[in-house]
Structure formats: C-alpha cells, structure tokens
Design a binder for this molecule. Structure first.
Ligand code: CO
Length: 209
C-alpha cells in the first residue's frame, strides 16, 4: 500500500482543488448523477473519456473494454447500456474508438495472445466481412480503416439492442454516435454514422414487442 501513497496524495490534492472551485461539488454529486452521455470506449490508458471531452465527474457514464466492443452476450456492457438508457435517461450514446488500437492491431495478426483471442475474434469477423474493402487499401491505411469499421459495427450493435430500440419506441430522445480519437493529436473525429431511430437500423434487426 505504501508504494501507492503518491496516488492518495494526488487524490487529496484533487479533492481540495475541486472543493475550492465549488464548495458544494461533492455534496451535490453524492446526492445524484444526471449525465447526458454514455461513453463506450477502449480500455486503453491513453483514451480517458472525461479528459478528452472536458467533462467533470457526474457528466458522463462510462463503459470501457478492450477495443470498445458492444457484444450482444456481454452482460456487463448491456447492463451499463440498460442503466444509462432506462434509469439515467442519457440522450447520447457515444461509441469512441481510437487509431492505433492495440486490440484492433492484434486481431489483424495470427499470433496467439491467450484468453483475449476470444474477445478479439469479434474484430476478426469484421475483417472477414470487409475483406474486399480492406484488401483494396494500402497496408498503412488498412489498420486505420479497420479501427473506423469497428466503431461503425459497434454503433450498429448498440442500435440492435432491445434496450435502445425500446427507448426509441417509447419516444425517448436518444442518439447513438460513432467517433474516433487520434492518439497523435488528441483530436476526436465524428465518423458521421449517428443513428436517431429504428428507421436507420437494418430491418433484419428490428425488434417488435
Ligand atoms: Co484500443
């Protein structure tokens, strides 16, 4: 424990700073959270949600995993989406990938990494689905493009959930966005794949009550 004392020191300094800015900051936050955004991003330490979009604690609900995947059997991610949509009533779900994603890179290789290979198989399936497009690109661009295609696929996966479709059916305003972050310049880019209702979702995946 003692070797991590610097983290506690940082924490106290941060809490003091926040209280100086707003004496009621923690009191207000402890009473309730009302974030407008759900962020689904990569676990990569270089892509911290709050810092990138300049939001304080309490302003963004966050789910992060390796390569920002939304898998329909992942109870963790689905539970986060359900709580964010049905209880917190977030208005925006942001799937944010990043260029240079180690998970995406690993899925392009044949090397075995252990348990995580099973998680990354979802991205390998995307490579298979988009083989023609990916193979037509110069090798240098292929990796970036797969990072983008992965975000788009996860936006669709969010929209295929009964949770999101149920919210839309009930008239709840909810937009799902696909963004990508550049590690080299710190800039976010909107991939222009936002979805605001079931009409923009492939009919095969429509769910009726
Ligand atoms: Co990553």
């Amino acid at each position: 424990m003692t070797e991590l004392q610097h983290l506690f020191k940082n924490n106290r300094a941060w809490a003091t700073h926040m209280t100086e800015q707003d004496p009621h900051f923690f009191e207000t936050l402890a009473a309730q959270q009302a974030p407008e955004y759900l962020w689904i991003g990569c676990a990569d330490s270089r892509v911290p949600a709050n810092e990138i979009i300049g939001l304080l604690p309490g302003q963004v609900f966050v789910q992060r995993n390796v390569a920002n995947l939304v898998i329909h059997t992942d109870l963790n991610c689905l539970s986060v989406i359900q709580y964010a949509v049905e209880v917190l009533k977030v208005k925006h779900i942001i799937v944010c990938g990043h260029y240079g994603c180690g998970g995406v890179r690993a899925s392009m290789q044949n090397q075995q990494f252990g348990l995580i290979d099973n998680w990354l198989r979802h991205i390998k399936d995307l490579i298979d689905k988009h083989q023609t497009e990916l193979n037509s690109l110069p090798e240098a661009e292929r990796f970036d493009r797969l990072c983008e295609l992965n975000v788009k696929a996860q936006v669709q996966n969010v929209c295929y959930t009964s949770i999101v479709q149920g919210a839309w059916r009930g008239g709840q305003p909810l937009t799902v966005h696909g963004w990508i972050y550049g590690l080299s310049d710190g800039h976010l880019k909107d991939l222009g794949v936002s979805v605001q209702g079931v009409d923009d979702v492939d009919a095969l995946y429509h769910l009726s009550p």
